[in-house]
Design a binder for this molecule. Sequence first.
Ligand code: DAT
Ligand code: MG
Length: 149
Amino acid sequence: MERTLIIVKPDAVQRGLIGEIVKRFEQRGLRIIGLKMMQVSEALAKKHYGEHEGKSFFEGLVQYITSAPVVVMVLEGPNAIAAARTTIGATKPHEAAAGTIRGDFGMDVGRNLVHGSDKPESGLREVANFFTEEELLSWSRSTDPWIFE
Ligand code: DAT
Ligand code: MG
């Protein structure tokens, strides 16, 4: 089972979209194995977005993600990373398909509502940046056989 780190970003929390966003992943069938609310520190933001250091938007990105509380969660499932990113939609909300989170709620790349890991190595690294192993639950749902073959 693959794991992905999801961040419900400050704009989504401020706009009262936590429930809406969690609902979409939940109804897709992804299993939530960790979830908490937190304020991201500057150090954690720079670590999380390290691959973008030096880019023109990096400072704004760090400012945005640290500006107010976020909700972080770890989702598990077969191909969880690709499935979650399909549900999230394209990075630039004006290019995101209707029916995706960014396509339904976003207008600006600098306020694109949600983060999802982009490949398995990023998933492992990002989950470890935000959660301890003790914060993650190993559990199964009675509905799992109806969602995963
Ligand atoms: P994603 O969040 O879809 O994985 P990414 O990893 O390429 O996208 O970039 C991380 C975040 O950085 C993205 O959610 C928003 C911001 N960003 C990316 N490209 C940008 C750009 N050209 N201008 C402003 N912000 C950008
Ligand atoms: Mg990314």
